[in-house]
Design a protein around this ligand. Structure first.
Ligand code: DGY
Length: 321
């Protein structure tokens, strides 16, 4: 296949097969040491490359998109989420943006399920007890968790990942599902009841799992929403850190306003506040929702499919703007 002359910058190290395809297809600059680029390096890249392949850790803000002498015409983001990119400015500037949906749906729903089980069964506190050599005897009453069978899972955002999580909870864990979604959702192939507001879901659910895109001007789940949760409830977030008022969540967890939380995302990644890390009733993962070799390879390949379509002048498989 003839190599495209377009200059492509990839901001982070990618799986071997993805980098091999990029090298075979484009005049590509790869990031060998996987260190995030600074904003000045990104600004320079905007004037030197035709395409950028960034990810969630790269902030592509309005001023970057308006860099004088910009040459970049397409941003093929690796991630289903694109709250790292100022989409309105990209649209206004005529910069094409694509993302990588679908290929990570199951992997992310798996992590949501893992966090549901880890928090309700107190996996972190129990494992820590064992690792710190404090497990001295079997006990019928110490450190008991909570069974999820027959309990209610509340889904906020019944898109692809919300549905995959709900389905696992219904068929795998025997949970009931209620949900909030901005638009009406029909044709689900499992039992689930759509409610009118986030507040209703918060008040009724035993476990609430967030599956919204993030990137809003204020957190979708506010302090007032968190206050609606039952003291026995758990909050799970595998979507974006800015979906939840993190300070209000930490306060609620510390004061027993809710039983626990399972988080894969944070408001200022990779910073995770000490007050959160110190808590025993949380399970904390470092944004690994899509982190399998298979899925990261599929995400990279889909980003290249988008580049290929863009430079061939055909329809992109997953165009955002
Ligand atoms: C996604 O695809 O949005 C994941 O969170 C990784 O960025």
């Amino acid at each position: 296949m003839k190599k495209n002359q377009a200059k492509v910058l990839v901001t982070r190290t990618l799986p071997v097969a993805v980098e091999a395809r990029l090298k075979a297809s484009y005049d590509v600059s790869l990031n060998q040491d996987d260190k995030a680029l600074s904003s000045s390096e990104l600004a320079r890249a905007m004037t030197e490359y035709d395409a950028l392949v960034p990810t969630v850790s790269d902030r592509i803000d309005s001023s970057l998109l308006q860099t004088p002498g910009r040459q970049v015409r397409i941003i093929a983001n690796i991630g289903v989420g694109y709250n790292n990119i100022a989409i309105d400015t990209a649209r206004a500037q005529g910069v094409t943006v694509s993302n990588t949906p679908d290929v990570l749906t199951d992997a992310t729903a798996d992590i949501a399920l893992l966090l549901i089980l880890a928090t309700t069964r107190r996996a972190y506190a129990s494992e820590r007890k064992l690792r710190e050599n404090r497990w001295n005897d079997f006990s019928l009453t110490a450190g008991l968790g909570c069974s999820v069978q027959g309990k209610t899972l509340g889904i906020i955002g019944m898109g692809r990942i919300g549905q995959a999580t709900a389905k696992r909870a219904v068929f795998g864990l025997g949970m009931k599902v209620i949900f909030y979604n901005r638009s009406q959702v029909s044709n689900l192939d499992f039992a689930a009841k759509q409610l009118h507001s986030i507040d209703e879901v918060m008040a009724l659910a035993d476990v609430v799992s967030i599956h919204a895109p993030g990137g809003g001007s204020s957190p979708l789940i506010s302090a007032a929403h968190i206050a609606k949760l039952k003291p026995s409830a758990y909050l799970i977030n595998t979507a974006r850190g800015d979906c939840i008022d993190q300070s209000a969540l930490i306060e609620a967890l510390s004061t027993g306003q809710l039983a626990g939380a399972g988080l894969d995302v944070y408001s200022q990644e990779p910073h995770v506040p000490e007050a959160l890390r110190a808590l025993d009733n949380v399970s904390l993962l470092p944004h690994i929702g899509s982190a399998t070799l298979e899925v990261r390879t599929a995400m990279g390949m889909l980003a290249i499919d988008n580049l290929d379509a863009f430079f061939a002048g055909t329809a992109l498989p997953s165009k955002v703007v």
